[in-house]
Write a protein that binds this ligand. Structure first.
Ligand SMILES: Cc1ncc(COP(=O)(O)O)c(C=O)c1O
Length: 495
């Protein structure tokens, strides 16, 4: 438990890491963090009641500098999908350090080639080449540059409240909060349309001047609103109709988080480009990758030096990724994900039954989960109480009603149980906190304020309906758009 002073007093026990870095206390780190690193971020968390300075980390546990243990269900967006410092990934990287370093990005490389082959073999059909970045944003930029090269068009369509990273092109696909700060908003080239609105998507594509539509398979920073049945399939069909590419951003939905290695395959979609990052490194060495179809890979032959990145495809990162991909691909890992999503989903529904007026929704696809609360800042209340109670989960930046709740894919049955117990307590306490601040169940003002305009509650509300056989989707303006299943649609085992 924290009383706001945990770990900040004199006489606290310092880890060897803290001592090696020359810090005298947690308060010392926080003060210097403001002075030399990022005052805004440091103060934000202190002001929110989350005075976390992560020290030791092991599996799905984090330890604050004060020694307090937290179960991590933020996982940094899935970066720690396999747990912190997964022993197999650590062993692989440690062994590789006896031979490899970052490598020289100009030359062919054993590690880069081995990972490229493994990624292509794991991918939806039609993806045949791999380009590396050092992080997700760079990988998204590579995907967007590729789309422009292939189509000779500039426009990129994304959804309102999309999040694809903060690099040069990626930032323009996302929320104005981030693009305007650096004068990087370019609405003419980067139109945004509401999520789950096929009519708006078609309107954006109709002019045939769009290079690509980029979609997170489930928009993470928006709070994981689920695509309506048939929506992503229809977007892909529209892309084909209007000669735009479909870019699947699988940075948060890949690597078994939906119960399939790549979430997009649950929709039977073969994207033109697929982007992976975060968890692909096993959290041990930064790397991200872009998988391209043969059509999109043309520039790699035309000018193999077309995208240059010293750290993109760093060889130690490739070794980490090979191991992470292999662990994610094991049948026993798949079974674990299905177990965890069932157990945690069931437990959350029980908690919801206790607080139905406050805990108003569960968005779930596998271990991708968003918990909705009946307050514009509901997830912040719950996050604070979870933190106090030994769980770290984060609110959704672009919809703070929704808590991102992301269990790891190797979480044990005991850990699931402990997590649910702590979550039940925190949700109840957060409800009391909100009530003390004036929240009343069902208050229309509370309920409507931040609800994103872009996420209609049902296919009917969005004006989109799917035919009984699932082969066509009828858009708001009455058009029937074929849902093409270029790869077999596998039944979603977990939702
Ligand atoms: C869906 C998605 N795409 C891309 C990115 C960008 O990745 P990075 O932070 O590694 O640049 C993120 C980061 O959160 C993300 O969630």
């Amino acid at each position: 438990m924290t009383d706001g002073t945990a770990g900040t007093g004199a006489g606290e026990h310092l880890s060897a890491a803290a001592e090696d870095l020359g810090f005298t206390s947690k308060a010392d780190v926080l003060a210097k963090s403001q002075e030399f690193w990022n005052p805004g971020k440091t103060r934000f968390w202190m002001g929110t009641g989350v005075d976390l300075v992560i020290d030791r980390r092991e599996g799905y546990y984090l330890y604050d500098m004060s020694g307090r243990r937290l179960i991590d269900v933020h996982l940094n967006g899935g970066t720690y999908n396999l747990g912190h410092r997964n022993p197999e990934v650590v062993r692989a990287v440690t062994a590789a350090m006896g031979h490899f370093d970052i490598g020289n990005h100009h030359f062919p490389s054993m590690a880069r080639t081995a990972l490229a082959e493994a990624l292509v073999r794991s991918a939806p059909p039609g993806l045949t080449k791999v380009v590396y970045g050092s992080g997700g944003g760079e990988a998204i930029d590579i995907a967007l540059k590729t789309a422009r090269h292939v189509t000779k068009k500039r426009k990129i369509v994304s959804i309102i409240k999309a999040y694809h990273g903060h690099t040069g092109l990626a930032v323009a696909t996302g929320d104005e909060r981030f693009s305007e700060l650096f004068l990087a908003d370019r609405p003419e080239e980067f139109p945004h349309v509401p999520f789950n609105d096929l009519a708006a998507m078609e309107e954006a594509l109709r002019g045939r001047d769009v290079a690509a539509v980029i979609m997170e398979t489930i928009p993470a920073t928006y709070g994981f609103p689920l695509p309506e049945p048939g929506y992503l399939e229809a977007v892909k069909a529209l892309c084909e109709q209007y000669d735009a590419l479909y870019i699947a951003d699988e940075v948060q939905t890949g690597l078994m988080r939906t119960g399939e290695l790549w979430g997009i395959t649950k929709h039977g979609i073969a994207p033109d480009i697929l982007v992976t990052g975060k968890g692909i490194s096993g959290g041990m060495y930064p790397i991200a990758a872009v998988l391209l179809s043969e059509r999109c890979a043309g520039w790699l032959t035309e000018d193999g030096f077309g995208h240059i990145s010293t750290f993109g495809g760093a060889e130690l990162g490739c070794i980490a990724a090979l191991k992470a991909l292999e662990i994610c691909s094991r049948p026993e890992t798949r079974s674990m994900v299905h177990y965890i999503s069932d157990a945690v989903g069931r437990g959350l529904r029980d908690i919801q039954d206790t607080y139905p007026d406050w805990f108003v929704g569960i968005r779930q696809n596998g271990v991708v989960m968003g918990l909705e609360f009946d307050h514009p800042q509901g997830a912040t209340y719950v996050m604070r109480r979870l933190y106090e109670g030994g769980v770290w989960a984060i609110f959704s930046t672009l919809d703070p009603r929704v808590l991102q709740y992301k269990p790891g894919i190797l979480l044990s049955a005991d850990q699931c149980e402990e997590l649910l117990m702590r979550t039940a307590t925190a949700i109840g306490r957060a409800r009391d906190d909100a009530a003390r601040d004036g929240w009343r169940a069902g208050s229309p003002a509370r309920r409507s304020a931040p609800v994103p305009a872009a996420a209609p509650a049902s296919p009917a509300a969005s004006g989109v309906s799917t035919d009984a056989d699932g082969a066509f989707v009828t858009t708001r303006n009455g058009r029937r758009v074929p849902v093409r299943t270029t790869v077999p649609v596998r039944k979603a085992v977990t939702r």
